[in-house]
Design a binder for this molecule. Structure first.
Ligand code: SF4
Length: 411
């Protein structure tokens, strides 16, 4: 009930630590999110940090935009379940204050802290505190000189901005760095990270900036982040969605699990899209089953399929599945039908079987299966095929096509 391994090679990068989370150098790709509370409101911020950690965030960023926010970080740090990154814009003194507050890492935007001496002072403070800095380049806040030089926020401009900051850090011997070059355009984001990956071996933080509300924001983020992860690029990720940040954390975690980059810790619910063969309202049954299983929080893959003709076969990799047919629900484990129940009871039976499966394991539940279940399912399948036709009868259909062609040829 684990996860399928990834087939692509990860790019070799340096490794650093954000609190107790390792980033880069082959460490598991981590999930980040950001609070939307006023950081100065310690209790509200901690409540949100706990929610984000519970939803799958390994690292959480908070804004450090005022002296009160920096002070609050000192109170948040000892009570936070995950490492905290302080987000700094414009005021380098707040970066120094956040370091003093004991934060796990900083994010600096090179586009809005431009004074070389200030940047170096922050790097020295981080070096003394042994904490990393993310150079967070953002297409929307790129330095005007770079915009003029490159003619706009193109990948070359974003990478030049990051590498200028890296140079300031090199000058003071600071190398505890990860980098992001975020763009709101997916193709430009992808090209920027590819160029950056060819330029440096620092670990990379991936994200499509200002991706927007659901579902577009989710699609853009997945398109950009998954493309790069599939090329082995990326050490930590954030979905920047205009919604409750808990959704960001969940989405980030789910993406990594679906790509086989993290062990499954959440339910993987699959369902057929339904079609004319469906024997039940698949959407209704799938939604009910998904909702009830999500509440249980099992890290298994469960399939809901609209018909027993194709369901058990197509979802044979699922830990547990349900396929409808002729007023009955057919429960299957790894493609083997283990129980047949009346349609009205099938979701209850699925939930019950999920609990037993998690408790007892696959082998035990296969052994406890009803010996007649597979035969009943096969009878139902054959009955349905005799009514609906066999969609899988490819060989017979090919022969029929050939017969038509031959008949035409002989005329
Ligand atoms: S499992 Fe059955 S109902 Fe669902 S899409 Fe496939 S053929 Fe159609």
């Amino acid at each position: 009930m684990g996860t399928s391994g990834t087939s692509f090679e990860r790019r070799q990068t340096r490794r650093l630590r954000v609190g107790d989370v390792e980033v880069g150098g082959g460490a598991p790709v981590s999930v980040q999110s950001m609070t939307t509370t006023k950081t100065a409101d310690v209790e509200a911020t901690l409540t949100q940090i706990y929610s984000l950690a519970g939803a799958g965030a390994d690292i959480v960023r908070v804004t450090c935009n005022t002296a009160e926010a920096a002070g609050a970080i000192a109170e948040i740090m000892p009570r936070s379940p995950v490492p905290i990154v302080a987000d700094i814009h414009f005021q380098y003194s707040l970066a120094l204050a956040a370091v003093e507050a004991g934060v796990s890492a900083l994010r600096l935007n090179p586009g809005n802290i431009r004074n070389e001496q200030h940047i170096k002072e922050v790097a020295r403070a981080c070096m003394d505190a042994k904490i990393p800095i993310r150079i967070g380049v953002n297409a929307g806040s790129l330095d005007k000189d770079l915009l003029d030089k490159y003619g706009g926020p193109v990948p070359e401009a974003l990478v030049a901005s990051a590498m200028q900051e890296v140079k300031y850090f090199d000058d003071v011997g600071f190398h505890d760095v990860k980098i992001s070059v975020k763009h709101s355009s997916v193709p430009l984001m992808v090209d920027s990270y590819r160029l950056l990956a060819d330029t440096t071996d620092y670990p990379l933080h991936l994200g499509v900036t200002e991706a927007g509300p659901l579902p577009g924001g989710l699609i853009k983020s997945v398109a950009g982040i998954a493309t790069l992860l599939n090329e082995g690029i990326g050490d930590t990720i954030r979905f920047s969605l205009t919604t409750d940040p808990v959704e960001e954390a969940k989405a980030g975690r789910a993406l990594l699990e679906y790509l086989g980059l993290r062990e499954r810790t959440t339910l993987d619910f699959i369902a057929c899209p339904s079609c004319g063969r469906a024997e039940v309202d698949v959407i209704k049954v799938a939604n009910e089953a998904n909702e009830r299983l999500q509440e249980l929080g099992f890290a298994i893959q469960v399939a809901v399929m609209g018909c027993v003709v194709n369901g058990p076969g197509e979802a044979r990799e699922a830990d547990l599945g349900l396929a409808a047919g002729r007023g009955r629900g057919h429960l299957f484990i790894k493609g083997e039908v283990v129980r047949v129940v009346p349609e009205a009871d099938m979701v209850d039976a699925l939930i019950e079987e999920a609990k037993l499966l998690v408790e007892q394991g696959t082998e035990a539940r296969l052994a406890a299966g009803d010996v007649n279940a597979a035969d009943i399912a096969e009878e139902t399948r054959l009955e349905l095929m005799s009514i609906q036709g066999d969609v899988n009868a490819t060989a017979a259909r090919r022969q029929a096509v050939q017969d038509v062609i031959d008949a035409e040829g002989s005329n």
